[in-house]
Write a protein of this length. Structure first.
Lengths: 306, 338
């Protein structure tokens, strides 16, 4: 008589959920100091991230805006208590884009959102995980008002074919977007002991586990959020059609980086690369500024789960 | 007096079978399976359920139940005879039974370890005495990379000799002193003791601990050597693309009315997990008029990697464990024609 399970579950079937920024893959660590030990009765995850983009250019017809920079700050904290139906996700997120535009640029120099995170992870079967998550909150510019409220949400599922291969399918819904429903698919495939293809939006990556606490990667980060500008934004910039308009801001980054697991609940990520795509689109007013040349960027992030 | 004598004789000769209702009630009393329809279960696949989360993040447990044809004694024998190594998907590279008093010669198959990435990782970790190796500090001091390099296989002779000595010593200490006699894994920097891990797993599942308390008291699981004789074995297997050497022991005992209890413990592992325990409770039942066995199986494991799982990772891990156990039980039932 023998235990005849192959014990693959120990590594938790490296898994990813659609539109989830963090690929979930259990990694054993020998870091002995756990900064979050005092909070061991709670479970959750957090991110503090800063990205700086320099020398950016955008253009709309003959109108070009040169050499502006961008700062993208993200603070996110999510509690993940276990409940009967799965794992609740309750938290808060603040993302703040700051652009160093020259005077009289018909684009807002600040885009920001502060939102609640309300979601649930469920296991539908041994092989299928489902996440539904909404981020109701304010999506605006310098000042928030109730007209800027929105509640985009995602629903996605992961099929765990085996511990090394998962398929991801889902939709993102945002009524303020030009195309409110966007479906997407992804794959997470551990192709060798130290190599993982993590082709999952919004951060597809090829990862190499250099050591137990250090992962190197190359990949991208695709962002798109809808913000509503102030009521008099159009008047102030000589284009009344932009008053209270919805601005879809999109950008894509491609770079290389490293995740350094400092402690069981603390990872430091550093990344650098180029931003080949950026788009400011007042799609309803048909005013659009698009990238006019790539820009270098650097990102640093502290994140973890406890 | 004659009718009474006849009745007593009939009672003594009667096949020890308990009512399905009693078996189901007993199952409900200690397991997560509140309600089981034996006839329906006999026609279906194994039923697997997670157990409520345990307070120790290293621990994970899953329970399963199924109905299979034949009496429990036949099930025990089939489990004893079943060879999982022919199922390549189980990734067990080597398996060998051990006598009650093993010697290093019983681990000679190590020299025939297959040449694959998992074994090469184990060899590399051994040669540099990586802190990933779950051994004691005293055991680590005994490794010598010098001397004969050839081994006739993927495992160099010094590495094979080191592990043969270590596994032999641990198997002998288990045979004489149960899991309490196992050295800690303090070479990893964590003073994890296999016996404590097993006790922790059982302590957090009190209903199961009580159901098996008499039986476990006769084994070496979580205590000193018991009165029941174990069937010892060792294996070389793959855990997350790493070769792992493990020591195991199996016990079984007949209970009243044809029931059986059994346990299979992996009380030592060179990596991947600290300990693993599978418990079985079997009742003789009748399914659609045929003699059958209602089997409850509880799988529990302690692993450092599990402690780093949070939120949805934990859900995924439970799902993967349930899936693995379902697959393994299905393979067993298929092989044994049940």
């Amino acid at each position: 008589m023998r235990i005849f399970s192959r014990l693959a579950f120990i590594r938790a079937a490296g898994t990813a959920l659609f539109f989830v920024a963090v690929p979930i893959f259990a990694e054993e660590t020998n870091s002995s100091f756990d900064w979050f030990k005092p909070f061991s009765s709670l479970s959750g995850e957090y991110t503090a991230e800063e990205t700086y983009v320099s020398d950016a250019d955008v253009r709309r017809g003959n109108r070009a805006i040169h050499d502006f920079d961008e700062s993208d700050t993200i603070l996110r904290f999510v509690l993940t208590p276990r409940v009967k139906f799965g794992v609740l996700r309750l938290g808060i997120e603040w993302e703040h884009f700051s652009f160093g535009f020259p005077d009289r640029t018909p684009l807002p120099n600040t885009l920001q959102e502060i939102s609640a995170i309300i979601g649930l992870d469920m296991r539908l079967s041994d092989s299928i995980l489902l996440r539904i998550e909404s981020q109701p909150g304010f999506y605006g510019t310098n000042n928030f008002d109730f007209n800027q409220m929105n509640a985009p949400f995602i629903a996605g599922g992961t099929y765990i074919y085996n511990p090394n291969l998962q398929f991801i399918l889902g939709v993102s819904v945002d009524v303020e977007r030009e195309y409110p429903v966007i479906p997407a698919a992804g794959i997470r495939w551990k192709i060798a002991r130290q190599w993982v293809i993590n082709a999952v939006l919004p951060q597809p990556r090829l990862e190499y586990e250099a050591t137990k606490n250090l992962t190197l990667y190359g990949g991208g980060n695709i962002k798109q959020t809808n913000f509503r500008v102030d009521d008099d934004f159009g008047n102030e910039h000589g284009k009344p059609a932009l008053n209270h308009a919805v601005l879809t801001y999109s950008e894509a980054r491609a770079g290389i980086g490293a995740d350094w697991k400092i402690a069981p609940s603390l990872t430091l990520t550093a990344e650098a690369g180029y931003q080949p795509y950026r788009d400011f689109d007042f799609y309803r007013a048909e005013v659009r500024f698009h990238e006019d040349g790539s820009s270098p960027y650097g990102m640093i992030s502290l994140h973890g789960a406890f | 007096m004659k009718p009474l004598l006849a009745s007593l004789l009939l009672l003594l000769m009667a096949k020890p079978i308990i009512s399905a209702a009693d078996a189901v009630a007993e199952l409900a009393a200690f397991s997560v399976f509140d309600k089981v329809d034996i006839n329906a279960l006999a026609k279906s696949d194994v039923k697997t359920e997670k157990v409520p989360p345990m307070s120790n993040a290293r621990f994970l447990a899953v329970q399963s139940c199924y109905v299979t044809s034949g009496a429990p004694a036949k099930q025990i024998e089939a489990l004893r005879q079943w060879n999982p190594t022919k199922h390549r998907e189980l990734k067990i590279f080597l398996h060998s039974d051990l006598p009650r008093s093993p010697s290093t010669a019983d681990f000679s198959k190590l020299k025939n370890a297959p040449d694959n990435g998992s074994v090469r990782t184990l060899v590399a970790d051994t040669e540099k005495m990586s802190s990933d190796l779950q051994i004691s500090r005293e055991e680590a001091k005994k490794f010598s990379s010098g001397g004969e390099k050839g081994g006739g296989g993927a495992m160099p002779a010094p590495v094979a000799a080191f592990w043969a000595d270590l596994l032999n010593a641990r198997a002998r200490s288990f045979a004489s002193g149960g899991t309490s006699a196992q050295s800690p894994y303090d070479h990893t920097g964590e003073a994890i003791k296999p016996g404590d891990e097993l006790n922790g797993l059982l302590k957090q599942q009190d209903k199961i601990r009580r159901q098996f308390s008499v039986f476990l008291g006769e084994t070496g699981i979580g205590r000193g050597a018991g009165s029941l004789g174990p069937e010892l074995y060792w294996e070389l297997l793959d855990v997350d693309d790493k070769g792992v050497l493990t020591l195991g022991a199996s016990y079984s005992r007949a209970g009243g009315a044809g029931t059986y209890q059994a346990a299979d413990v992996l009380y030592y592992a060179s990596g991947g997990y600290y300990v693993a325990l599978t418990l079985y409770q079997m009742w003789p039942v009748s399914a659609d008029g045929k003699p059958s066995t209602l089997v409850w199986r509880g799988d529990m494991i302690s692993s450092a990697s599990l402690a780093s799982l949070h939120g949805v990772e934990r859900l995924a891990s439970e799902g993967a464990m349930m899936k693995d156990i379902s697959k393994a039980v299905t393979a067993f039932r298929k092989d044994t024609g049940r």
